[in-house]
Design a protein around this ligand. Structure first.
Ligand SMILES: *Cc1c(COP(=O)(O)O)cnc(C)c1O
Length: 388
C-alpha cells in the first residue's frame, strides 16, 4: 500500500464526503432516547426532513440502509401477491425489483437499456391495458445511481392521472434527495424512499419513507405482515419526537446539522450548485472525447456522471490506478456495466475546487492508463465554472 497524505477524495456517488460540521455534531454523548432532550432533536429532524422532501406529510426515519426503506415502502402498503409495475433503469431498479419479487409480489419489469430514465409513455401504455386495475403500485428510481439518468417523475404522475389509475406511485430518491430538485407533494408521489449517505451528506445508516394520505390509507388495509418497518408503530411516538425502538441517536445529531447546512444554503441554491457541477463534469467528458452513459440530455443527472470506457479499456483498472496514485475513489460500473463505466460522484459536500481536483485526478489517470483523450477535460470544466 502506498502511503497517502492529505484528504482522501471519496468521489463515488454515495457514501459521499461528510462535512466536518456533521462529523463534529455526531461526536457527542449519546442521550436517553426517552428523555426530554431527545424529543427536541426528534421533532427538529422529523420537521426538517419534510422540507427536504418538499412535503407536508409525515416522514418515517429508520435506522437502516436505503434497502430497508425500499422494503418498508412495499410491506406497509401492499398485500401478498399484489401486482407491481417497475421500470428497468439500471442496477438499483433491478435490486428493488428483486426485493419486491422475494417479498412475493408479482413484479412486471418494463425493460430498459440502462441509458435513460423510466419512460412515462411505456408506463402509461401498460397501465392502459390494466382494465381490472390489478397493478397496485408503480415504482420508479428518480436518479438511477448506476447510470446517471433521471426519471421525469411528473410525467409518470401525469400518465397515471390521465388514466385515473389508482396505483400508488413510489419513488426512490436515495441519490437525488438534497441534490436534485424533488417535490413530493407537487408531483403527487405517494411514497418517497430516501437514504442518508448521498445528498444528505451523512454517513450510511439512516433511511426514510415520506408518506402521503393515500399511502397511509393503503397501509390500513394492506395485508403483508410487518413489524420492524411498520409505519403505524412510528406514528404515535413520532408525534412527540420519539421512536418506538432505539433510534440511531448520533446519526440524528448529524442529520440535524446537515439539515441546518441545507437550510443555510437554501434548497434552491443546493440544486443549482449541483446542476452547475453536473454541466462542468459533462464538459470535461466531452473534451476528453469519451461518452456519457446517459443517452438523453434531458435526463442527465446532476449528482453523478457515468462515463463509458472506449473499447479495449477496463474501467476498473483505471479506477484502481487512480486510487493507488491519487488516493481518489471513483464509482465502479454496477451489474452488467462492471468494467465498462466509471462513475464520478459530484454531490453532497462539494464545491468548484473539489470538482477541479476530482477531474484532474481522472485526467491524469486516463493518461496513465493509456486511454486516448482528445483535449483537456479539466480546462473545459474550468471554463464552465469560471463562466458563471
Ligand atoms: C444507494 C442507493 C440505494 C441503496 O441504498 P443502500 O443504502 O445501499 O441500501 C438504492 N437506490 C438508489 C437509487 C441508490 O443510489
Amino acid at each position: 500500500m502506498t502511503l497517502h497524505t492529505g484528504r482522501h477524495f471519496l468521489q463515488i456517488p454515495g457514501p459521499t464526503n461528510v462535512p466536518d460540521r456533521v462529523l463534529r455534531a455526531i461526536d457527542a454523548p449519546t442521550i436517553d432516547h426517552r428523555g426530554p432532550e431527545f424529543a427536541e432533536l426528534g421533532l427538529e429532524v422529523l420537521a426538517g426532513m419534510r422540507k427536504v422532501f418538499q412535503t407536508r406529510h409525515p416522514v418515517i426515519i429508520y435506522p437502516a440502509s436505503g434497502t430497508g426503506a425500499w422494503e418498508a415502502a412495499l410491506v406497509n402498503t401492499l398485500s401478498p401477491g399484489d401486482r407491481v409495475l417497475m421500470a428497468e433503469t439500471g442496477q438499483f431498479a433491478t435490486l428493488w425489483r428483486r426485493l419486491a419479487t422475494r417479498l412475493g409480489f408479482e413484479v412486471e419489469f418494463i425493460p430498459g437499456d440502462w441509458r435513460r430514465g423510466a419512460e412515462a409513455a411505456r408506463i402509461e401504455a401498460r397501465l392502459a391495458e390494466d382494465r381490472t386495475q390489478a397493478i397496485k403500485a408503480v415504482c420508479v428510481v428518480h436518479n438511477e445511481t448506476s447510470t446517471g439518468a433521471v426519471t421525469q417523475v411528473p410525467a409518470v404522475r401525469a400518465a397515471m392521472d390521465r388514466l385515473r389509475h389508482p396505483a400508488l406511485l413510489m419513488v426512490d430518491t436515495i441519490s437525488s434527495l438534497a441534490s436534485i430538485d424533488y417535490r413530493m407533494d407537487e408531483w403527487g408521489v405517494d411514497v418517497t424512499v430516501g437514504g442518508s449517505q448521498k445528498g444528505l451528506m451523512l454517513p450510511p445508516g439512516l433511511s426514510f419513507n415520506a408518506i402521503n394520505d393515500r399511502a397511509i390509507a393503503a397501509s390500513r388495509t394492506a395485508r403483508l405482515p410487518r413489524s420492524y418497518w411498520s409505519w403505524d408503530e412510528m406514528a404515535g411516538p413520532n408525534a412527540t419526537g420519539f421512536f418506538p425502538y432505539t433510534p440511531a441517536t448520533n446519526l440524528l445529531y448529524g442529520l440535524r446539522e446537515a439539515l441546518r447546512m441545507l437550510e443555510e444554503e437554501g434548497l434552491g441554491n443546493v440544486f443549482s450548485r449541483h446542476l452547475r457541477h453536473g454541466e462542468a463534469t459533462r464538459a470535461a467528458v466531452r473534451a476528453w472525447g469519451l461518452e456519457i452513459l446517459c443517452a438523453n440530455p434531458q435526463e442527465y443527472s446532476s449528482s453523478l456522471t457515468a462515463v463509458l470506457m472506449p473499447e479495449g479499456h477496463d474501467a476498473d483498472r483505471l479506477r484502481d490506478l487512480i486510487l493507488e496514485r491519487f488516493d481518489m475513489s471513483l464509482g465502479m460500473g454496477l451489474g452488467k456495466l462492471q468494467g465498462k463505466v466509471f462513475r464520478i460522484g459530484h454531490l453532497g459536500h462539494f464545491n468548484d475546487l473539489t470538482l477541479a481536483g476530482t477531474l484532474s485526478g481522472v485526467e491524469m489517470g486516463l493518461k496513465l492508463a493509456g486511454v486516448p483523450v482528445k483535449n483537456s477535460g479539466v480546462q473545459a470544466a474550468l471554463q464552465v465554472l469560471a463562466g458563471e
